[in-house]
Design a protein around this ligand. Structure first.
Ligand code: ZN
Length: 125
């Protein structure tokens, strides 16, 4: 395996944004929400690799507030490669996730339909 490949601690190679799953978490308030970034390996013991936090502005537009990968995932890769390279690649993954993977229209629709739904989470990618 190449030293430039990001890997989940469970062993799954993560070559880009399409190797992540997303899970939208409904919040009690309608002011925003959270999207969990999930490993695609069904048997992953870590599962959650990071998250995106967003809020809804007064024009009903989604504003991304924060995006982050969790320390165990980052540290795992930083010790395999080096920290600088890991941070650089993961930053690119995070940007790609927000720009290419998250279906913001679907998230917005989910927020608007929240009252009719009983389930509190939904797989969106
Ligand atoms: Zn995993």
């Amino acid at each position: 395996m190449s030293e430039n490949t990001i890997q989940c601690p469970c062993g799954k190679s993560i070559n880009g944004y399409s190797d992540y799953s997303l899970l939208y978490l409904k919040k009690d308030s309608d002011e925003g929400g959270e999207i969990d970034i999930i490993c695609k390996n069904d048997y992953c013991y870590l599962r959650e690799l990071g998250y995106l936090k967003f809020r809804i502005d007064t024009n009903r537009k989604i504003i991304l507030e924060k995006g982050k990968f969790y320390a165990p995932y980052v540290t795992w890769n930083a010790t395999r490669m080096n920290e600088e390279k890991t941070v650089e690649i993961l930053r690119k993954h995070l940007i790609d996730i927000t720009e290419k993977l998250v279906q913001w229209e679907k998230v917005m629709k989910g927020i608007e339909m929240d009252e009719e739904r009983s389930s509190s989470e939904e797989v969106i990618a």
